[in-house]
Write a protein that binds this ligand. Structure first.
Ligand code: FE
Length: 183
C-alpha cells in the first residue's frame, strides 16, 4: 500500500511544481503585455493629432490599383519609360497617389534621361522623408511620403543646380494636379 501511495503522490508533486514554475515566470510578461496594450490603445489618437495616415494592407489594396499597391506600399519599382509622367512637361503639382499630400512641383522637374519623373527638389522637405535603403547590394536613400509612408523612389546626388539632387520618383506613386489656367 505504501509503495502504491508513493506512485500517486510523486506525480502529484511533480504536476504542482510544474504548474508553479510557469505561473511565476509569466508575471513579468503579463505586466509588459499591459503596457503594450495601453500603447496600442493610444496610438490611433496619436495618428489623428499628428496628421499621419495609417491604413492596413487590406485597406490600401481596396483604394489602390495592384501596380500602385506594389510600388507605393511594397517598395516596388515601375519599369523605366513606362510610367505616366516621366516625359510630362505640364505645369502643376505632383501629389502622393495614396494620400494626396503635395510632393513635387512641375517647376523643379527636369529631363534626367532615366525614364522616371525626376525633380531637383521636393515641394517642401516637411512633406517627404528619407531612409537608408540597403536592398539590391547597394546603399541608396529611399524617398517616402511623410504623411502616409508611401514609397516614392530614391534621391541621388547627381542632379542639376541649384540643389545637385535628383529625386528619381515612380510615376505610379504620384497623382498629377494640373495648374489652373490664370484668367
Ligand atoms: Fe502619402
Amino acid at each position: 500500500m505504501k509503495a502504491s501511495a508513493l506512485f500517486l503522490i510523486v506525480p502529484v508533486i511533480g504536476i504542482l511544481a510544474l504548474s508553479q514554475a510557469p505561473r511565476s515566470s509569466t508575471e513579468e510578461p503579463d505586466e509588459k503585455k499591459e503596457v503594450v496594450a495601453q500603447t496600442t490603445k493610444t496610438s490611433p489618437n496619436d495618428s489623428g493629432t499628428n496628421g499621419k495616415i495609417m491604413k492596413t494592407d487590406a485597406e490600401w489594396k481596396k483604394i489602390l490599383t495592384p501596380e500602385q499597391y506594389r510600388v507605393a506600399r511594397k517598395k516596388g519599382t515601375e519599369r523605366a519609360f513606362t510610367g505616366e509622367y516621366w516625359n510630362s512637361k505640364e505645369k502643376g503639382v505632383y501629389q502622393c497617389v495614396c494620400c494626396g499630400n503635395d510632393l513635387f512641383s512641375a517647376d523643379t522637374k527636369f529631363d534626367s534621361g532615366t525614364g522616371w519623373p525626376s525633380f531637383w527638389s521636393p515641394l517642401s522637405s516637411n512633406n517627404i522623408k528619407t531612409e537608408e535603403d540597403r536592398s539590391f547590394f547597394s546603399v541608396r536613400t529611399e524617398v517616402l511620403c511623410e504623411k502616409c509612408g508611401a514609397h516614392l523612389g530614391h534621391v541621388f546626388d547627381d542632379g542639376p543646380k541649384p540643389t545637385g539632387l535628383r529625386y528619381c520618383i515612380n510615376s505610379v506613386s504620384l497623382k498629377f494636379k494640373k495648374q489652373e489656367a490664370k484668367e
